[in-house]
Write a protein of this length. Sequence first.
Length: 187
Amino acid sequence: MKILGVDPGTWHTGIGVIEASGNRYGLLHFEVIHQNRNAPLAERLKKIYDGVQEVLRVYEPSVLALENIFFGRDLRAMVKIGEARACVMLAAAQRGVDVVEYPPARVKQAVCGSGAATKDQVQFMVRKLLNLQTALPADGSDALAAALCHLHTRPMSGACAKADILIKGRRTLNKKFEEKVKAALAR
């Protein structure tokens, strides 16, 4: 399974593709689209759309994972992020790729074990979980964190999976991932 994680922004857009097979996973692709601050918004949005389309074409992921929008005080910034997200979602829809969204706290919980993790903690854990030698910029680690979140929390299919969740609880689903986090921290 290939998962594309995207952290959209009108100045910097993080893109990361991970591939999972069984209980193993690794990084296939990573980039940050940097924008010219003097470029018109429409041109910046096109660059995001084109960049995501190219990654979708080359890596053919089965799903695209995004963080939900965090509502802050700057309404203009939220609107622009929404426009960037729309470009990402449109690119995925045109290629028939499912889009899943996760609240920021859930992404942090899945990657760091705490929904209140800092950006530095997210960067550290993404680097450890993917066994990367170099540090990643925040936009890139956020994109990869969304992909890792989907990998470790993706819904199981069928009525049996729903019954399993109800009977055993969510901790059962995350037990193996928690072991990986502990192992990564021990390194």
